[in-house]
Design a protein around this ligand. Structure first.
Ligand SMILES: Nc1ncnc2c1ncn2[C@@H]1O[C@H](COP(=O)(O)OP(=O)(O)OP(=O)(O)O)[C@@H](O)[C@H]1O
Ligand SMILES: [Mg+2]
Length: 276
């Protein structure tokens, strides 16, 4: 479990006159349990990336604590184990690959753990399989598409055998095809590992176990996708949009108010209601 306990954070130091920069995280309390697929939404600047960087100790709270499986991110002796357990993948696929072949890139982490050679080979194989990139093992990463690069970046994290995978807008720079590939990988990992997927694409939240919404440094909502996306007015206040299908259903409902007592989240739900 990753626990955020009353975490507050602002960038920069106090200036000696008691003035400090505006808080970017404001008393955030949050639990990320093992195995759960969570999606974090929120407008630009709401604090999502700052929160992500607290999960593995890249940033430390100015007040409050972040505890990963019982280890405090402030504790220097635990930090490498915390970083192994909590893998982060960022937005830009070109900044995350360092080696000259896919295989070497994925092996980089396990090599640094000092694992025996057979174990490294087994982990690389397993990780590339999980992201559907095994057949590209000998390819040069720079020849891959954005989506493929992100899958290699995820494989690099998975080879560390982490408990938690945090994706900070990992889909945002990809074309529609790349986005779809990556979402397939995420859904395939579902249940095997905890996932916190940060995105601006609300469609990617509709299948989550739980959706979190951040605004002005606070978690302002947390619940099942259906609970979140039924709060039509709040969605707008939080700077979000509704999934397309839900939006369409609302338009239909204006004409036919007796339809869609619960708003649909998938095309299938929309069609079922219309046909019945
Ligand atoms: N290194 C930094 N130094 C100072 N301020 C920063 C720094 N990084 C982020 N901020 C500020 O902190 C606030 C939250 O930023 P953060 O990147 O966490 O938001 P976000 O929700 O990830 O936004 P986006 O959706 O644009 O990625 C913003 O006001 C941002 O300008
Ligand atoms: Mg961000």
């Amino acid at each position: 479990m990753i626990e955020f306990k009353n975490v507050s954070f602002w960038y920069g130091e106090e200036d000696g006159f008691g003035i400090r920069n505006e808080e970017v995280l404001r008393e955030v309390s949050l639990e990320i349990p093992p195995g759960k697929f969570m999606v974090l939404l929120g407008r630009n600047g709401s604090g999502k990336s700052t929160l992500a960087k607290h999960a593995n100790g890249l940033l430390l709270p100015q007040s409050g604590e972040v505890i990963v499986d019982g280890m405090n991110t402030r504790d220097e002796e635990s930090i490498w184990e915390i970083r192994r357990r909590v893998g982060l993948v960022f937005q830009n696929p070109d900044n995350q690959i360092i080696a000259t072949t896919v295989e070497e890139d994925v092996a980089f982490g396990p090599e640094n753990l000092g694992l025996p050679r057979e174990e490294i080979i087994a982990r690389v194989e397993e990780a590339l399989d999980l992201v559907g990139m095994a057949e590209y093992r000998n390819k040069e990463p720079h020849l891959l598409s954005g989506g493929q690069k992100q899958r290699v970046a995820i494989a690099g994290v998975l080879a560390m055998h982490p408990e938690y995978l945090i994706l900070d807008e990992a889909t945002s720079m990809l074309d529609p095809e790349g986005k779809e590939e990556l979402m397939k990988v995420i859904l395939n990992l579902r249940g095997k590992i905890a996932i916190l997927h940060i995105t601006h694409n609300v469609e990617e939240a509709t299948e989550a176990d739980e959706v979190l919404v951040m605004d002005e440094g606070r978690i302002v909502a947390q619940g099942k996708p259906r609970e979140i996306f039924s709060q039509v007015e709040e969605i707008e206040n939080w700077g979000l949009e509704l999934p397309q299908v839900t939006e369409t259903a609302l338009l239909v409902k204006k004409q036919f108010p007796y339809l869609f007592e619960t708003l649909p989240l998938s095309p299938r739900e929309l069609v079922e209601e219309l046909c019945s």
